[in-house]
Structure formats: C-alpha cells, structure tokens
Design a binder for this molecule. Structure first.
Ligand code: ATP
Ligand code: MG
Length: 595
C-alpha cells in the first residue's frame, strides 16, 4: 500500500541528510543567522553539542506568524520561484533546516524583530509543537537545540566522543568565520568562552585569528581576476604545512564548500614549494556569477558544481602562484616585523629546521636585484653545470655583483655550505640548491629555447616492464621535445639516442628509469604540464650534485650565485628548503645570551 508519510517522519528523514552531527546543527543555525543579517553571533555548546547547542544573533528576528511558519517544512523566506533557485545568494534556500533539526531534538526558538514589543517563544520536542508563548528578549533570534537525536537512538549511537564532536563544531565555526569576516563570532564551550572573532574584520585579519599563531604572520593575500571569475583570499607561506587538506578552505560565492578540483588547483599554485605528502594552508574565495555554479547538489550544500570548472581551476592556480611569487619578492610588505618567537626547545628546533619567511626577507633584502628579477638569459646561453670541475672557473649566465652574494666559508658534512650574508648565518643544502638551479635551467630551455639534444655516440638500450613500456610509448614525442630522444626497439625494449645537452655527461639509463618510475608512481600522465614538470624534476634530481660530495670554495660560490639568480631560490623542485638562515637574535637565543 502506498501512503503519504506523516510530517514528523518525513522531517526526520530529511534530517538524516541535513543533520549528521551537532556540527551540522551549528552550521545550519549560524547560516540562518548570517542570512538574517546578524553582526554578532554567539554559539554555546555543552557536551560536544550533544546535550545542547544554542545559537543567538542580533539579526532581523521573526514575527510570531513568521516564526511559526519557519518551523514548517519547505517554509523559506529566501527564494520564491525557479529563477531564484539558479541565482542563490543566501546560505539557506531549501526551507528544511529548522523543521529537520526540530524533528530530532528538543527545540526552542526565541525571536523578536527590532520593532516588536515582545519576543515569541516556540517550543517543540521530536517535531511536535509543545508551546507558543510571549516572552521578553533582545531583538534577534535564539535557537536552542537540546538532546540531539534523543528520539532516534540509532543516529545518536553514531556520535563520537564529546571532544571529537566539539572539534567538528570548532572547525565548522572556523570555516564560517573565515567566510564572513564582517560578522563577529563567539564560541562558548561548557560555559567557558573559547573563541572570539570581533565583527568588521577583513579577511586577512580574520584569517590571522582563525588560522592561529603559527600562521598569522605568514599569510599572503590573493587577488586575481579572469573574465567574470574573481579570486581573493590568503595563502600561507609554504613552510607552514598540514598533514591533511582540511586547512584549505574554499568559499564559492561565500559558501564554504569542498571541491577536489580546486584543491588540486591550489597544489598546482604551490607547485615546487610544498613537500610531497604535505598540504598547504589557504583560504580561497571564488566569486563568480550565481548562474555559473549550482549549489543545490546535496542537502548539506557542501558540494557544488561549476558550470565550467576549468577556468575556475586555472584562476585559482594562477592566483596562488602569483601571490607566492609576489610574496617571495616583497616579503617585507607582508611579513613586516615578525615578533621574536618565544624561547623553548621545540621552538628552537622548529626554527632551525626550515627557512622562515623572515629568513627569506633577510636573505632577499640583501639581494638588490631580487630573485625573479634577473634579466632573462640571452638565447643560446651556456647552461652552467655547477659545480664545475675543480680549477675551471664556472661560466654563469647571470651578472650578479659579487659583493651582493653571501661570503662562503666552507662546507660541513659534505653537504651544507656555510655562508654569511648581511649579518646572517646562511646554510645551503648543496643538493637541494643545485636541483633548483638545474631545474630552472632545464625549464627555461624547454620553454624559451630551441630543443637542445646531444646525440649519444653509443645509443643506450633499455629494458622496461610491460606497464612501463606502455607508458613510455605514449610519451615519446613529448620526451623528444624535452631533448630526450628514445625509440622503440620492439617489445619492451627501447633505445635512447639523444639526451638534453645539460645532462650529457650523466648516466642515461638511470635517468629514463627514474622518469618512468616517477610517472608510474604519480600516475598523472593525463595532465601533460604536470608530468612534464615531473620529468624536469627527475632530470634535475639526477643531474644535481649529491650530498656527501666535497666541493671547492669556487664551486660553492658558483652554485650559490646560480641559486640566488633563480626565480624561486628558496625551495628545491620537490618543495624542500634550499637554505636556512639565522639572524643575530636567533643565534643569541641559541647560545642563551638572550632569553
Ligand atoms: N536566525 C534567524 N533569524 C531570522 N530568521 C530566521 C532565522 N533562522 C531562520 N529564519 C527564518 O526561518 C526560515 C526557515 O529557516 P530554515 O533554515 O529552515 O530554512 P532556510 O534557511 O530558508 O533554508 P535551508 O533549509 O536551506 O536552510 C528562513 O527562511 C528564515 O526566514
Ligand atoms: Mg537555513
């Protein structure tokens, strides 16, 4: 027999999609507050939101009639017709959040428009209306949700520990606070205020508060416009990384959403600066015409569909890359005077492992021409393979005045070059540094100069696995464009005929195996730019001077000079730092001259 479901049951079914946990309640209620024009929102929770979530705002409030309507399914003030559905500017539009939440909790709504004398109080339990009364309250709206899932034990069972649920709520609030920097947020956990974001902030200042101390002074603004796509936001210096993608916040027309393609685009923007397996920190705000994006994909509204995704991805990648490039050149404008970090062993250790932006700043401010501002080498420049053999002065394609380069003192552990520049101790990882130099040279050649191949006197034969052979066959023409000429020799056998000039003196077989292995591993032969990049990185890695190799002072000087002429001298192409530096304050701290 077919029958229409009772209203409470259908609300509970809808709740299954809209309300998964206390954090979803917080999200829906806070979104309603923002839609109601609130300037300040307070979120109070108890027991991870399981026993209570209370959200109060100073927004428009609702009259008695509107309040009663608001708890009805499909009651919304936000859209009227189908045209509105395709140009949604509010967070809510489905008219189901309040009735869904009310159907699985003990629910209370207290609301008052500014011009009303009294507030109305609506109480419900498990979706049943218990009482409607008049009460005194400030203008605005308060929604209290107690004992979530009290009448759906199966759902309640899936809730995690209080701290875990509270963590989800904090994340949700962080996201919404980032997306709405003009709105003030207060979060109170078990009676204790834990977070406070004042109203009227701009995104940069809000991001400093939300993302926390270790990121606060390392954020760079994003600004990019392409046709009708506008990208704004911030990204953190690549030395600040996380082990998951959950600190990449994406807002599309102010709505916090998740989109794999945008995350991949952020990675493309960070390319060459982030170590494998690590995730950058970024807040990406994409604004585009409402009819270019469908937000009605899922009841939780976390998923969206771009009408044409590629231009958006392209814009995001460019925005991030441009911000990092600018930051690299004018760090002073962004980092300003970095507060001296607190003392403590962990602090010292952290500071000594990676170059910090202030290091970038100091190192760079000492380079008047600045990395990235070198004049492009004339066509046909001779690529330098530093370190040059002992005794032969290395040729270089740059004309950096010697007095601006760091003074080199020597090498330790056969790997690190010790230098001083502008009153700072600078340590350079010779392999990472050389990798960067070779990579940029190869890339420059590939993009700006005619193909450069050196034919081998004795072509080298290679034996590959079946999968590898397939992969290689597919990319032979592209490898040839890079200067690596390989021909199939039947079956899984190949012959290497020529290699890029810069790599002429290096073992060929291991290079080709390296390229194929990297491609097999990353499996991204689909995106040509990406795998070409991987090929160049592998070539650079194979060619670069290894750790544990002693270098002459002259070789070191040549390497450092070339490094400082690079576009991105601070990271190897895999994203590791090429140099770390210590200013006087840090040295004094290490030696406890100051505390
Ligand atoms: N904090 C609030 N202040 C003022 N009005 C509110 C508030 N919360 C809800 N409302 C009113 O109640 C209506 C119903 O809210 P509800 O969240 O159920 O639906 P919605 O926001 O329209 O759509 P969605 O289900 O997509 O969230 C809203 O359209 C709005 O008019
Ligand atoms: Mg809503």
């Amino acid at each position: 027999m077919i029958r229409i479901l009772p209203e409470i049951l259908s609300n509970q079914i809808a709740a299954g999609e809209v309300v998964q946990r206390p954090a979803s309640v917080v999200k829906e209620l806070v979104e309603n507050s923002i839609d109601a024009g609130a300037a300040r929102i307070t979120i109070e929770i108890e027991k991870g939101g399981k026993s209570m979530v209370r959200v109060s705002d100073d927004g428009t409030g609702l009259s008695r009639d509107q309040a009663l309507l608001a708890i009805e399914r499909y009651a919304t003030s936000k859209i009227c017709d189908q045209t509105d559905l395709f140009s949604i500017a509010t967070f809510g539009f489905r008219g189901e959040a309040l009735p869904s939440i009310a159907s699985v909790s003990r629910f209370c709504l207290v609301t008052k428009p500014k011009d009303a004398d009294t507030a109305v109080r609506v109480e419900m339990a498990g979706g049943k209306l218990l009482q409607v009364s008049e009460t005194g309250a400030p203008a605005g709206t308060l929604v209290e949700v107690k004992h979530l899932f009290f009448n759906t034990p199966a759902r309640r069972k899936f809730l995690k520990a209080d701290t875990t649920e509270a963590g989800h709520i904090t994340d949700t609030i962080s996201g919404m606070a980032l997306g709405n920097p003009g709105v003030g947020f207060k979060m109170v956990v078990n009676g204790k205020p834990v977070r406070h974001f004042p109203p009227d902030q701009d995104l940069l200042h809000r991001a400093m508060l939300v993302l926390g101390k270790d990121v606060a002074d390392q954020l760079y603004p994003l600004a990019y416009r392409a046709a009708d796509i506008n990208i704004s936001g911030v990204c953190a210096n690549p030395v600040v990384t996380r082990s998951t993608a959950n600190r990449i916040y994406l807002f599309v027309n102010n709505r916090l959403v998740y989109d794999k393609g945008v995350v991949a685009a952020v990675f493309r923007g960070f390319a060459g600066r982030i170590m494998k397996g690590r995730f950058p920190v970024a807040v990406i705000c994409c604004d585009l015409p409402f009819d270019q994006v469908d937000v009605n994909v899922h009841p939780s509204k976390r998923e969206i569909k771009f009408l044409s995704p590629q231009p958006v991805y392209q814009a995001v990648a460019q925005a991030v890359a441009a911000a990092l490039k600018t930051a690299q050149q004018n760090v002073a404008a962004y980092a300003g005077s970095r507060p001296v970090p607190g003392s403590g062993v962990s602090d010292v250790r952290e500071k000594t492992e990676f170059a910090q932006p202030s290091d970038f700043q100091a190192v760079q401010s000492a380079i008047p021409w600045g990395p990235g501002r070198r004049s492009e080498p004339a066509p046909g420049f001779a690529p330098v393979p530093p370190p040059a053999p002992r005794g032969r002065p290395p040729e270089t394609d740059t004309d950096i005045p010697e007095q601006h380069l760091p003074a080199i003192f020597g090498q330790v552990m056969g790997t690190y070059i010790i230098a001083e520049q502008d009153g700072r101790l600078v340590l350079v990882d010779q392999h990472a540094a050389h990798e960067r130099v070779v990579y940029e040279k190869l890339k420059h050649r590939h993009t700006h100069l005619p193909r450069d191949s050196q034919f081998l006197l004795v072509p080298e034969t290679l034996e590959l696995g079946a999968g590898e052979a397939d992969l290689l066959t597919g990319i032979l023409p592209d490898l040839e464009a890079l200067g690596l000429v390989i021909e199939p020799f039947g079956g899984t056998t190949f012959v290497v005929k020529a290699v890029p000039g810069l790599l002429a003196q290096k073992p060929v077989a291991s290079l080709v195996h390296g390229i194929v292995e990297t491609l097999m591993e990353t499996g991204d032969t689909g995106i040509k730019e990406q795998w070409l990049e991987n090929c160049l990185i592998t070539m650079a890695c194979h060619h670069a001077v290894q750790a544990n190799k002693s270098l002459s002072l002259q070789e070191m000087a040549s390497l450092v000079k070339d490094l400082f002429a690079c576009d991105n001298p601070f990271h190897c192409p895999h994203g590791r730092p090429t140099m770390v530096s210590f200013d006087k304050t840090r040295m004094e701290k290490l030696f406890k001259r100051v505390v």
